[in-house]
Design a protein around this ligand. Structure first.
Ligand SMILES: NC(=O)c1ccc[n+]([C@@H]2O[C@H](COP(=O)([O-])OP(=O)(O)OC[C@H]3O[C@@H](n4cnc5c(N)ncnc54)[C@H](OP(=O)(O)O)[C@@H]3O)[C@@H](O)[C@H]2O)c1
Length: 427
């Protein structure tokens, strides 16, 4: 095969290292698939002397120089929505180089502008690894499920959160205990805020919504709630009602608008999403007349993420220059945010209250005033003097109504902790 396809990689950590190793191990077969020899010609990271277990062809201390060299494709695997990663991607595109990245934060924030730049230069910008790691969900939404349109995408997109929730369920331990253990085992970052706070899921959701609905990524329109406040009690109560708690990223068409939110949700056991356990990811796509499709697999880690990056590299090498978000950037629709608080579902509510007469009646009164009606209730008395847990499942009602009720209930001196509200998914 003549005319090698020159690849430069910036970032040689978990993902970059995996890509270099996969190219070394399967380069011949991958080149045959691409129809061109895939040649790794230059690499860059922070520290040349770090032990990595692979060669460093064309090493440079300056990642930006890769964007100005003779590579056909620059692979950005450094991370971060600003700084060197953004400069590298912008410079590479501006210099007419194809770009592959796993950087969800960068694309969620600057995806529209980068898509404009890539298209103006006639090059491709690919990001399969940025959402759900090894699961080929970007390609499925961008190309495979376009015939009838997509009504909703619902996913477990953060392995750290799913690992924590799964461990809390199986061991009965608290969020803090399980998080600490996950950090010790390397499953959670030293600063877990982006994962457990829902921000990482939101980055990925912004990208999935864009390819699903043909809209420009609109990260700022996503309402984000993490899992930090979920207690072992919530998980045990969920189980009693036949549900599991999962952190979901949900993007749903509502008329001509899109509702995007990240939040813990009660998911019925024996449904596909409820059975995504440990660090795995899962995505449910409702594709209109075509039906529902469920994808699951490893959403992070060296091999799964490298697998997605390699697929993008081979596609770029084979000459496919498809629009970044599935349609020409100029025709991407602005994402019109729906009123998320109007969304209707049954709700799980938990109150921690003093065991004194009249508390239950007061809560029921506030709920009724806000138009929230109760379907079932459990009251759990604990040690004498300790707060009582009251758990209610509501009939279908809007988030706005539930929030109105909780705003009235929360300040009572009989209520001992911030009430918890979690929507219950229909399926
Ligand atoms: N890890 C996953 O499972 C996963 C999954 C999906 C997407 N991603 C995304 O993939 C990207 C890379 O993640 P990762 O987990 O591979 O990160 P990582 O293990 O922390 O590796 C980052 C790499 O970037 C290099 N680097 C950092 N700052 C640099 C700078 N200023 N100049 C030059 N090089 C710099 C580091 O160099 P040194 O090695 O010399 O320190 C390292 O090689 C991120 O955008 C992440 O969100 C990761």
């Amino acid at each position: 095969m003549s005319n090698p396809f020159r690849i430069a990689i910036a970032g040689l950590g978990t993902v970059g290292g995996g890509v270099v190793k996969a190219l070394a191990a399967r380069g011949d077969e991958l080149s045959r698939r691409a129809g061109r020899t895939l040649a790794l010609t230059a690499v860059s990271a922070r520290d040349k002397n770090k032990a990595r277990g692979f060669d460093l062809p064309g090493w440079t201390d300056d990642p930006l120089s890769l964007a100005r060299g003779d590579a056909d494709l620059v692979v950005e695997l450094i991370g971060g929505d600003e700084g060197i990663a953004r400069a590298l991607v912008e410079t590479a595109l501006a210099n007419g180089k194809h770009v592959v990245t796993a950087n969800k934060a960068l694309l969620a924030r600057h995806g529209r502008a980068l898509a404009d730049l890539a298209e103006s230069k006639g090059v491709t910008l690919k990001f399969e690894a940025a959402a759900a790691g090894g699961i080929p969900i970007v390609k499925a939404l961008r190309e495979g499920l376009i015939a009838h349109g997509v009504d909703a995408v619902k996913g477990i997109l953060n392995g750290t959160c799913n690992y924590i929730l799964t461990e809390m369920e199986s061991s009965g331990r608290s969020f803090a205990e399980v998080l600490k253990e996950a950090q010790a085992k390397g499953y959670a970052e030293a600063d877990p805020t982006l994962d457990v706070g829902g921000g990482d899921t939101a980055h990925k959701l912004a990208l999935l919504a864009s390819v699903a609905f043909g809209t420009a990524p609109n990260f700022d329109a996503i309402s984000v709630e993490g899992i930090e406040h979920i207690t072992a009690d919530d998980i045990a109560f969920a189980s009693e009602f036949g549900f599991r708690i999962k952190l979901l990223g949900v993007a749903r068409r509502v008329g001509d608008a899109i509702d995007q939110k990240v939040h813990p949700a009660m998911v019925k056991v024996r449904t596909p999403l409820a059975n995504v356990s440990g660090a795995a990811n899962g995505v449910m796509v409702d594709a209109g007349e075509a039906g529902s499709f469920f994808f699951s697999g490893r959403g992070a880690g060296e091999a799964p993420t490298a697998s997605a990056v390699i697929a993008d590299i081979v596609e770029a090498a084979s000459g496919a220059v498809s629009p970044v978000f599935g349609r020409p950037a100029a025709s991407l629709l602005p994402l019109k945010p729906a009123d998320g608080k109007a969304a209707i579902s049954p709700w799980y509510l938990r109150f921690e209250v003093l065991d004194v007469p009249g508390v239950l009646a007061a809560i029921a009164g506030n709920l009724a005033d806000a138009g929230v009606s109760i379907e079932s209730m459990i009251q759990r008395v604990r040690a004498p003097g300790a707060p009582v847990a009251i758990v209610m499942i509501t009939h279908e009602t809007s988030q706005a109504c539930v929030e109105r009720a909780l705003k009235a209930i929360g300040p009572s001196d009989k209520v001992r902790a911030r009430p918890c509200m979690i929507p219950m998914e229909a399926a």
